[in-house]
Structure formats: C-alpha cells, structure tokens
Write a protein that binds this ligand. Structure first.
Ligand code: ATP
Ligand code: MG
Length: 236
C-alpha cells in the first residue's frame, strides 16, 4: 500500500503558552481536494502553519509521502513539495507581479523549470499585468498572484488558507474553477481552509470540521453540498 501524500498524526502545537492544536490527526491522498472548516479561532490557520513548518510541533508527527518532516523547517518542507498561501495572502505590494512570482522560484529546490506558462495559463490577468505593482490589484487578483507564486515552486501539495477572504463572489468562483482544473489536469493535491460554503461545495471532495483545536467530524462530498449542514459546522 502506498503512503498518503500527507499524514498528520496526533499533533499538538501552539504559540508558547499552551497548545492550540490538541491532537490533530488527518490524512490526504494524492489527487484530493480537502477542506478544513470551523468557526473563527478554532485553530485552522495554526494547523496550516504547523503543516508547513512555520510553527514547531510540540508533540506528534507530520509525514509527507511516508517520510517524517516533523523536524524540518518551512523552507525544507517547501523543497519537499509543499506550497503555502497564507491567510491574507502576504504578497509584496511594492513589487510587480513578475517580481512576486520570482520570489516563488526561491522555494523550488528541486530545480525544476519554473512554470510561468502554467501560472499565466490558469490566471491570464497575471500575464496581462505582469509589470504592474501588485499593490494596485484587487483582492481577487492578489489572491491569484499568491496562488501563482506558490505554483512557481511546483508543489505536489498546496495549502491554501481562506482563499475567498475579502473577494467578490464571481471572482471566488473563478478561483474555484482554477483550483478544480489544477487538480484535474495537473494532479495538484489541495488542502484548503475555507468558510465560504459556495467555494467549499464547488471544490472540495471532503472536509474536516475543527473545533477547539481538534478534528470533530469528517464530511463527505454529499454532506458538503448540503448548505444547511455545512453552516452548522461553520458555527459550531
Ligand atoms: N501569533 C499568535 N500568537 C498567539 N496566539 C495566536 C497567534 N495566532 C493565533 N493565535 C490564537 O490561536 C487560536 C487559533 O487561531 P487560528 O488563527 O489558528 O484560528 P483560525 O481557525 O484560523 O481562525 P480564523 O477563522 O479567524 O482565521 C486563537 O485563539 C488565536 O487567538
Ligand atoms: Mg485562520
């Protein structure tokens, strides 16, 4: 049996005084799009930061393709094939689109050719505006740029923290379509944190519901299509 792409085993992590994550266990198979849902402050971003390695694990283990990456820092984990788009995007507003994308090349240690063609194919607006400074962009365009920057590093697993935040509905749908296509055509595996029920139903194959630093339910795709059920988990 092949190992899952990502396996998180009973991890405990936080910001110094006490653990926010209280024994989180999950697994993501190659080719999946999995959402992590839950109300504000339950630890969704903390989970993402612990998987990419910005936050150390106090207890438990993180495995990528069957090998432990628990002791590796964020840079090494990126080199191993994990891309990360933080909540709030964190693009460089004073730099151009091209310069922002160039930053993404530094996290590609596997020395594969950076795929600007791929990024521009999925997000044509980035090519049209490649010489403009990113600070002049709308929220949606900045999100596309943040995703593009992560894609330049050629990840196998993309971690996306609330991509819909502060973005108008039609652009959320456009980003959703790009994510589904990246998954289907490029084989990209995606773990996203999301609270937007439309985007969750549009892209996710299943979801983990979190509360108080723990996974409290696993939801199937059928369940995700039921907006009323979903809202209950978002308002746990
Ligand atoms: N840098 C930090 N230092 C100390 N505590 C933090 C820090 N970041 C988050 N926390 C705390 O950790 C807990 C979980 O926060 P986290 O950001 O993971 O929640 P979240 O589920 O992503 O919420 P949201 O939906 O609002 O983004 C909260 O109680 C928060 O106050
Ligand atoms: Mg968050």
């Amino acid at each position: 049996m092949t190992s899952p792409l990502l396996e998180v085993q009973n991890i405990w992590a936080g910001y110094g005084s006490g653990d926010i994550l209280q024994g989180v266990t999950l697994r993501i198979e190659r080719g999946e799009i999995v959402a992590t849902i839950g109300r504000n402050g339950v630890g969704k971003s903390t989970l993402m930061k612990t998987i990419i390695g910005i936050l150390p694990v106090n207890r438990g283990d993180v495995y990528l393709k069957g090998e432990t990456i628990t002791g590796l820092g964020a840079e090494h984990r990126a080199w191993c094939g994990i891309g990360y788009v933080p909540q709030g995007r964190e693009i460089f507003p004073e730099l151009t689109v091209e310069e922002n994308l160039l930053m993404g090349e530094t996290i590609n240690a596997r020395k594969q050719r950076p795929r600007y063609d791929l990024v521009y194919e999925y997000f044509p607006v980035l090519q049209e505006r490649r010489r403009q400074s990113a600070g002049t962009f709308s929220g949606g365009q900045q999100q596309m740029l943040a995703i593009g920057r992560a894609l330049i590093g050629r990840p196998e697993l993309l971690l996306l923290d609330e991509p819909s935040m502060g973005i108008q509905p039609n652009i959320i749908q456009e980003i959703g379509r790009a994510l589904v296509k990246l998954n289907q055509e490029e084989g990209l595996t995606i773990l996203l944190v999301e609270q937007n029920t439309g985007l969750i139903a549009q892209v996710a194959h299943r979801a983990y519901a979190m509360d108080k630093g723990r996974i409290v339910a696993t939801l199937s795709q059928e369940k995700l299509a039921d907006r009323n059920a979903l809202v209950q988990y978002l308002a746990l």
